[in-house]
Write a new protein. Sequence first.
Length: 179
Amino acid sequence: PSAGQSADITIVPPYEGQAQVVVATDRILSVQNFSVSEQGTNVTLPVTDEWGEGAYVMVSVYTERDPILRAKPRRAVGVTHIPVDMGERTFELTLNAPEIARPVGEQVVEVEFDGGPREPVFLTLAAVDEGILSLTKFKSPDPVSYYYGKKALGVEMYDDYGRLLDPNMGLPAEVRSGG
């Protein structure tokens, strides 16, 4: 999807419970809470400019504690990345240059671009000897992938679910009274 559109996600949890859907990049952008059945549900998320080149959707499903059937609450966690179409921010360049370039001289190169914004653009042009680069097996970087590629999730999730105690495992307390 592009900014201004929506992303549809399907949540299929291992059990029914309360779901929390978090959209995050290098920070938390939105949080939604709702009930979800074991059959799953569909959620529509608005894609905003804050998503940048893409955002992560983190889903946690929690169950309530049932003292007989389920002494400890359960939770399931899932994470996925949703890329944003950056087609409006990228464009193709065409260079029109002579076949041979002599050192220590001026060279005229025409640059044409198709697509992208129709606003002033700054351009840096570097002449590189592909023969020399092939000797070192250097691979020219792709600027679109570098700037608009998938970034690492910039937030972390912590919880204390592993430290919850089973309340049915303890012994009844003894009341000690006296004078």
